[in-house]
Design a binder for this molecule. Structure first.
Ligand SMILES: *Cc1c(COP(=O)(O)O)cnc(C)c1O
Length: 374
């Protein structure tokens, strides 16, 4: 049996006639850059996330960058964030000439350890950027309280968390700005690069709208030095076909996660591996189902590869130890939980169409590995 980490074929095949018709509409109307499909999508996304404004852009990486630009993050400023995320979380900060200040992660959720945030706030802290890693929100109640107390805005890196909730409020609706990605492996994936930003603040929305088109709100008059970061009409059209299915896909992912949890528990494997934990106030959307394996993670991964099971490591090198951030001055040992997670986490297939049979095979294979390596 072969089980890839992610298989988009079934999902795309089922929607193919609708997608082709939608692409045809863009061809017929020449709405290649932004255009009416993107405008409609933005309305639908705002409704989906429960915010006043959703603004498309060229990628999730740009969404974070534009969010920080809208908040005037620049040289001399600091942004507090997590070292355990995708690169773009932090490159957006450093590209603007600001300094990334890393706070270690909570070892259970892998999200920012909010208890360590306040001690790092200084006069030049311009923003706090939590990441909703794997599809579960960071502890936003605590972060919002810190944000309110110190008057420092939150930028949610919600690239992995569309539809995730905290106390019934959706990701992207809890900070000053939310940043999302349509990278094909995200829960709502396009057929190329894309992203969007969310906000409830009219002034920030106006600024984001200008920043994505070279900082111009009237053509050829430039208020800011912005980016060329627009969502394609083709992506907008595809995403509008997919969005109505997102909640159903999320429920399928959640059911798969539950099945894994039961299978691992029934097989008595919870000594060897730690399962993902959904906090009581959270709704996890399982962009990734990530287990923790102390000791032989890489051997287990090799074993699963031989069995035909796709896995990945998100992420093998924490950001404070990346070569390009060496100048920030962090060393191995500075952020021990992020470093331990980098050695121990393993993502298993969790896409909606994954079958119970495939899941049993994966769990049995993992059981077999630990039998052999007792
Ligand atoms: C995917 C991702 C991004 C970047 O999104 P792109 O669309 O690939 O640029 C940023 N942050 C996190 C946490 C991500 O998972």
């Amino acid at each position: 049996m072969k089980v890839p980490l992610l298989d988009l074929k079934e999902q795309n095949d089922a929607l193919r006639p609708e997608i082709e018709a939608a692409l045809g509409r863009v061809l017929d109307t020449n709405g290649f850059i932004l255009g009416s499909e993107v405008a409609e999508l933005e309305c639908e996304l705002a409704g989906y996330c429960g915010v006043k404004y959703a603004i498309g852009c060229a990628s999730g990486s740009d969404a974070i960058l534009l969010a920080l630009m809208a908040l005037d993050v620049g040289p001399g400023d600091e942004v507090i964030t997590t070292p355990y995320s995708f690169f773009a979380t932090v490159s957006a900060i450093t590209r603007l000439g600001a300094t990334a200040v890393f706070v270690d992660i909570d070892p259970v959720t892998y999200n920012l350890d909010v208890g360590q945030v306040e001690a790092r706030i200084k006069a030049n802290t311009k923003a706090i950027e939590p990441v909703h890693l794997y599809g579960q929100c960071a502890d936003m109640a605590a972060l919002r309280e810190i944000s309110r107390r110190h008057g420092i805005p939150l930028v949610e890196d919600a690239a992995q968390a569309i539809g995730a909730e905290e106390d019934g409020v959706r990701a992207g609706a809890m900070g000053a700005i939310g940043a999302f990605s349509f990278y094909p492996s995200k829960n709502l994936g396009g057929m190329g690069d894309g992203g969007f930003m969310t906000t409830n603040d009219e002034d920030l929305a106006k600024k984001l709208l200008a920043l994505r088109v070279h900082g111009s709100d009237v053509k050829y008059y430039h208020k800011y030095v912005g980016l060329n970061s627009r969502l394609d009409g083709f992506q907008g059209a595809v995403l509008r076909v997919k969005l109505p299915h997102l909640d159903r896909w999320t429920e399928m992912r959640r059911a798969n996660a539950e099945r894994y949890n039961e299978l691992f528990t029934d097989r008595g494997l919870t000594e060897q591996i730690a399962l993902p934990v959904e906090r009581p106030s959270a709704k996890h959307i399982y962009n990734q189902y990530v287990i923790r394996v102390a000791g032989h993670r890489d051997e287990l991964r090799g074993f699963l590869t031989e069995k035909g099971v796709g896995t990945d490591i998100y992420y093998p090198v924490p950001l404070h130890l990346q070569e390009c951030f060496a100048y920030l001055g962090y060393r191995a040992g500075n952020l021990p939980e992020a470093e331990r997670a980098a050695r121990e986490t393993l993502a298993l297939p969790i896409y909606p169409e994954l079958t119970a049979e495939q899941q049993c095979f994966i769990v049995d294979s993992i059981g077999e590995f630990f039998e052999q390596n007792r």
